[in-house]
Write a protein that binds this ligand. Structure first.
Ligand SMILES: [Zn+2]
Ligand SMILES: [Zn+2]
Length: 77
């Protein structure tokens, strides 16, 4: 299946804009053969998002700069 390179939600092949995180797809879609089940909490809004997400599909905040912090936060929970 193809996934959004930003929020890692499943997208249709050829999608130009992700309906989940509202980003235009300027990178290639990620091709995976598994469904992501692991979740983490968004550092900004606290909602559940996929563990691999680089952007929150709820509040559209980029998580790259806090990825280390949110990983630690996830283990504590
Ligand atoms: Zn997305
Ligand atoms: Zn969020």
């Amino acid at each position: 299946m193809k996934k959004c390179p930003y929020c890692f939600e499943v997208l249709k092949e050829g999608s130009q804009k992700c309906p989940f995180c509202d980003q235009f797809i300027i990178d290639d879609l990620i091709c995976v053969d598994y469904k992501s089940l692991e979740k983490k909490k968004c550092f900004f809004c606290g909602k559940r998002i996929l563990k691999e997400s680089r952007i929150c599909k709820h509040c559209h905040q980029w998580l790259d700069r806090v990825s280390d912090a949110s990983d630690t936060y996830d283990k504590i929970e």
